[in-house]
Structure formats: C-alpha cells, structure tokens
Design a protein around this ligand. Structure first.
Ligand code: AMP
Ligand code: MG
Length: 426
C-alpha cells in the first residue's frame, strides 16, 4: 500500500496547471497572476500632503515656537483632488488637506495642531482666516508624501505567479487595473454514490440517510477557491453511475464519494479501472484507506478528448473530508498555479493518548489551543470515520505516525492546522 507521501506525489504528478483567463480584479481574489503587473503611473501621482495643515516654505518657519509664533499670510485653501493656482512665496502659506498636491513654492507642511488657527477661527466667528501663526519649524520634505513613493512609474509591482490577496487587489486598483490575467479556477464535479442516500429537502424514508458529503466536499472546493459542480446522487447501479460520470466531462476534476471499499456495491473503483485509468487504490492512512485515484475520459470545450483526474473518496463523512484536505486540496492548488500546497503544521503536546495498531498514518481530529507559548492537542471525542461532528469540532489533524504503536499523553506530535483560531468555535 502507498504511503501518504507516495500517493500525494502520484496525484500531483498527474495534474497540471490550468490555462489563463482575464477577469475583473474583484473576481480574482485567491487566484494566481498569469502576467506581470507593471505600473504606468506614479502612486501617488504628485507630491502631496500627509497632514491637514499649512503648506509653507521651511525658511519662513525659522525660529517658530509656542511663544514665538511665525505669522504668515494665508493665500489659498486646497483640498485633496484640487490643485492650487497660487505659489507660496516668502511670508505666505496655503491651507492644505491631506492628500492635496503641494502648491508651488512650498516644501513642507505644518499640521493644524501646531498653529493658532483654532484660536483665530474663534475670534473671527468662523470667517476664513487671513493669517496664521506657526508654533513649530519645519524641515524640507516634512509631512510631504513624494510622488511615486508607493509605486514608481514603470515598476513591476507583482510578478507572474503572485497569489492575489486583498492588498494586491487594492494595489492593482491604485494603478488603474480593472481586469487581470490569472490562472483559471478549476471546476470540480462532485458526485455522491449510494443507494442509501437522499437529497436534502426531501423526507427521509426508513433506512436512508441524507447526502452530506456532496455539501461538505463542495464547500471545501469553494473554500479553496475552486468552482464546485454538484452532480447529485448516483445509486449503486452501474448504468446510472456511468451516465452520471458523463456529466463530469467538462470538469477539471471529478470527486466521487463512496463506492470504493470492499462491499458488494462498491463499484466506483471497478468502473474507474474498466472505463478509465486507475493509478492507485488504497493508501496507508486512517481514516481514508480506500482512496482511489485515476483518470476518466472527458472532452474539452472544443470536443477534443482529454482525461480528467478522478479521486474516489471514501463514503464515510469524516473520512472524505480528511482525504480531501490531504490529497485533493494540494492538487487543486497546483492546478491553480500555487506553490505552497501543504497547510502548515505545528508541534503540539498531546493531551490524550492514541493507540496505533493499524500500521497506517492516523489523522485524528483535534482541538489545538495555544497556552503559555505551547500548542496543546486534545481529540474531539470519538474518531469514528463516519462521525462528522469530530470534524466540526476540530481545528487541526493530529498525525500519529504509521509505526508509532502508541502516542502518549504529554508526547509531542505534528498537527496539520485546518483552521486558526479566528475560524473555529472553541
Ligand atoms: P461506502 O464507502 O460507499 O461503503 O460508504 C461508507 C459509509 O459512508 C456508509 O455508511 C455510507 O452510508 C456513508 N456514506 C456514503 N456516502 C455518503 C454521503 N454522501 N453522505 C453521508 N454518508 C455517506
Ligand atoms: Mg456505498
């Protein structure tokens, strides 16, 4: 049986980075740039004020202090977005708001707080002040934001391959990009298999269960920036399964759940082997041993034949989610052009003991908390592979090595973090 690493490598080797698309910048969050972003403007475009205050010539401020205010004549007021037509000549100042371009002649800004403007305004019954007293000296450049200090014209702001986050979107907007070329988001078909499954929104006959896998898996697909296409439920019937699989033809990846174990009706792996290409079946992992990976036949937009990676995830509700995190997520990220495919791990001190008598890598669902500078991990309760609440309570997966025999309370373990604290209900 393949190890987790061997299986993951086979999956990664079989998937390719997708083609490019051009999208509005707001649609690009989490995608990877497929072009260099070069600025053809300066940001900010002009030298401008970092403060609300007065634009002055620094030599005019020599000797200014609380007790020795320097009085200047106020010749104009300039707001952000406007340009003053006046020139600041010796003995004059222009009132200026944050972001407004520095008027000609001025080299620095005195903030309102360092002037007697407040007092003068009161005395003049809020009439515009004609003079102002400065309480402090300035040096050239003080409180001036220079043209191009954020981004200079001609600069490569981002290289192809950069992952787009909110700051990148903001920066692209600041240089006037409204659309951007990125690696396309994979479309992922999600099919649930099992005679026992009922679609939500319908009543539940005796002996049946609701299909939850379609929703947990499609949500994971969405969470990691891809586009889920829920194909619904296929009964464990060869004809129905084959016909449902056809609906995955235009997807970039197919995920099925169920039908990969040893039971009489576990025919997903058989059909994959017969009609497609089976790369492997079974991994030395718990939960999720019966994972199947292969390729099914599909067609591209132009009707040309192509093969679609197919992961046959186990049917158990917690298993399929764990398998997704370990095997599917890295593959999708690779297809999206990302480089960091594996979630970070931390070292944590176990607060429970776990036996490993199966000789497989165990990924137990756990609550990870940081206390006194250390991470601690405690299990979320029963770890049955069908117990979905074990996943809901967890913010991490504790790795129990294949050959460990037993991990004791107090031992240090590796934990794959699923969520950091801002996203969990602990
Ligand atoms: P299988 O891998 O098909 O043998 O399924 C293993 C277990 O997972 C069985 O108890 C199934 O009832 C359960 N199961 C399979 N598919 C789903 C699903 N879509 N939603 C919830 N449970 C499922
Ligand atoms: Mg089944």
């Amino acid at each position: 049986m393949l190890s987790v690493e061997e299986a993951l490598q086979k999956i990664l080797d079989a998937v390719n980075i997708l083609d490019e698309e051009t999208v509005p910048i707001m649609a690009s969050l989490g995608q990877v740039l497929a072009e260099d972003i070069i600025s053809d403007i300066n940001v900010p475009p002009l030298d401008n004020s970092a403060m609300d205050g007065y634009a002055v010539r620094s030599p005019d401020t020599k000797g200014a202090g609380e007790k020795t205010p320097k009085i200047l004549k106020v010749i104009d007021t300039v707001m952000a977005g406007d340009i003053s037509k006046k020139e600041v000549v010796p003995g004059t100042a222009v009132r200026i708001m944050t972001g407004a371009p520095i008027p000609r002649g001025a080299d620095s800004i005195v903030q309102f707080e360092d002037t007697d403007e407040e007092k003068r305004k009161k005395l003049s019954a809020d009439q515009p002040v004609t003079q102002v007293g400065l309480f402090s000296e300035t040096r050239p450049g003080q409180n001036v934001r220079l043209a191009g200090e954020d981004i200079a014209r001609g600069k490569t702001v981002f290289k192809k391959g950069t992952v787009i986050r909110p700051a990148e979107i903001g920066l692209m907007a600041s240089i006037g990009y409204s659309r951007v070329k990125v690696i396309r988001r994979p479309v992922v078909a999600v099919l649930s298999t099992g005679n026992e499954l009922v679609e939500i929104g319908h009543s539940l006959p005796e002996g049946k269960i609701y299909d939850s896998n379609a929703y947990s898996i499609a949500s994971l697909v969405k969470r990691y920036g891809c586009i889920p296409k829920i194909l619904g439920i296929s009964r464990d019937d060869e004809k129905e399964l084959v016909s449902k699989l056809k609906q995955a033809q235009d997807a970039d990846m197919l995920l099925t759940t169920g039908g990969v174990s040893m039971g009489d009706y576990d025919m997903v792996k058989d059909i994959l082997e017969r009609d497609g290409e089976m790369v492997f079946w079974k991994v030395r992992v718990k939960p999720g041993k019966p994972l199947a990976f292969g390729k099914i036949k599909g067609k591209d937009k132009n009707g040309r034949a192509r093969s679609i990676p197919h992961l046959g995830l186990p049917g158990n509700a917690a298993s399929c989610m764990v398998s997704f995190e370990i095997f599917v997520r890295p593959a999708l990220l690779k297809m999206m052009g990302k480089k960091n495919l594996i979630k970070p791990t931390v070292e944590a001190i176990m607060e429970d003991s776990v036996k490993n008598d199966v000789g497989r890598r165990i990924y137990d669902r756990a609550i990870i908390e940081k206390r006194d500078g250390h991470y601690y991990a405690r299990l979320t309760g029963p770890q049955g592979s069908g117990i979905l609440t074990s996943m809901s309570l967890a913010n991490g997966l504790v790795l129990i090595p294949e050959d460990s025999g037993k991990v004791n309370k107090g031992d240090t373990v590796q934990v794959l973090m699923l969520d950091w604290n801002e996203e969990v209900n602990i």
